[in-house]
Write a protein that binds this ligand. Structure first.
Ligand code: 5GP
Length: 215
């Protein structure tokens, strides 16, 4: 039996209001092998959010301490207001156990992740149109008018970064977005660089081919 292969590190980014949260929840619901990385943030908790599940809600001093101790895989200030960061320990523990880890983070964070972990798969979730994005942002009803303006401006900036990502998936319907992401994950797992065990067996003869757990 082979050692467990590390899971995939999947980064999902996209403008606020595009529906990343719903896509992410759908992905976790359909895939037992996927796990969500809970970020730390200095933003205030929204009424529907749960400490330790939605985020680890911390104050500025706690966040700086975590950053100083090198506990983040990446961190950044989003909307130039609050800090957000991905705790490193959980991500690497889960990857080592063969779990696919989903990060739902902004573009700046995604690019930082790619720098320190080349195998990360960067997926940009885009809206069907900018008008539809604005409609979703307002319809969500969780943000003040001022915050909506700020997030809409940030959305335009985020959209400029699509070309730096590995894949783009349109969140027209959640089902179609999930289909796209699932296909990407299958393709990534079939990369020759991830299947060196299989390749060496194929090249070295077929004797032990059946022993390989390759699904
Ligand atoms: P929200 O305040 O709506 O929960 O999230 C605002 C933005 O912060 C979203 O674009 C979200 O993807 C991003 N975000 C959440 N957690 C992290 C994180 O750990 N790192 C980075 N870089 N961005 C994050």
């Amino acid at each position: 039996m082979q050692d467990k292969k590390p899971g995939l590190l999947i980064v999902l980014s996209g403008p606020s209001g595009v529906g990343k949260g719903t896509v992410c929840a759908g992905l976790l619901a359909q895939d037992d092998n996927a796990t969500y990385s809970v970020s730390a943030t200095t933003r205030k908790k929204r009424p529907n959010e749960v400490e330790g599940k939605s985020y680890f809600f911390v104050n500025e001093a706690q966040f700086s301490q975590m950053a100083h101790r090198g506990e983040f895989l990446e961190y950044t200030r989003v909307f130039s207001e609050y800090s957000y960061g991905t705790p490193k320990k959980y991500v690497f523990e889960q990857l080592e156990q063969g779990k696919d880890v989903i990060l739902e983070i902004d573009v700046q964070g995604g690019l930082q992740v790619k720098e320190v972990y080349e195998g990360a798969v960067l997926i940009f979730v885009a809206p069907p149109s900018m008008d539809e994005l604005k409609r979703r942002l307002v319809g969500r009803g969780t943000e003040s008018e001022e915050a909506i303006v700020r997030r809409t401006q940030a959305a335009y900036q985020e959209m400029q970064c699509i070309s730096l990502y590995d894949y783009v998936v349109i969140n027209d319907t959640v089902e179609s977005a999930l289909e796209g992401i699932t296909a990407i994950m299958h393709a990534e797992k079939s990369r020759v660089s991830r299947r060196e065990d299989l390749v060496s067996l194929l090249l070295g003869g077929m004797d032990s081919y059946d022993e390989l757990s390759w699904r």
